[in-house]
Design a protein around this ligand. Sequence first.
Ligand code: PXP
Length: 237
Amino acid sequence: MPKLGVNIDHVATVRQARRADEPDPVWAAVEAELGGAEGITFHLREDRRHIQDRDAKLLRQTVAVKLNMEMAVAEEVVRMAEELRPHQCTLVPERREELTTEGGLDVVRHRTRVAEVVGRLKTRGIVLSAFIEPLAEQIRGSADCGFDAIELWTGRYAHAKTPAERESALAEIRSSIDAAHRLRLDVHAGHGLTYRNVRELAATPGLSEFNIGHSIVSRAMFVGMREAVREMKALIA
Ligand code: PXP
């Protein structure tokens, strides 16, 4: 059964809308853990639009489950990760104008820089995961760069408009899982997963971790974070 990492960025998004001190993503992380989250994920973006340096430091001190830091390969953020030493870093692409991480990191095109960052962070004892699209060359490229794991971008699956589109996206994910396992890469999944679409993906063998943010934070507004996490975990199970 995949473990659930809860992405708390959007709690910080609400706080930053007013540059206030609430709601606190650190508090959200505690509530998510009490609801059964097996991991807490945050994205320290270069533009600091949601999570702030203070949040990253406090999360590192307080989260008792796996702490997964999503990050671009920008030098300033890499240095923060070296200092923080979260359990896992997931390398993602980042564009300033995007609403959220759109698509995967191109580990083939950016191989030199990505491999350098992977090497540096691994010497700090951090597990490295590559957020990539479910494509054979990106999976091979991730292994070549020295990653321990890949996180498959599930956007095509999540945004499928017809059962045929969804089945084709699932088939792509299944063959990606096989290819990754042959290269001894652990396989995670994330992006656009919701209470409506998570079950089918959770039934796909070989996925060890889901990272879910927007849908859980949205539901938490109505039922609270603990309950929102419990409900998502029940669907995954
Ligand atoms: N995984 C990665 C690598 C992401 O960048 C994001 C978005 O921050 C997520 C998972 C969570 O996506 P969503 O908010 O759509 O659940």
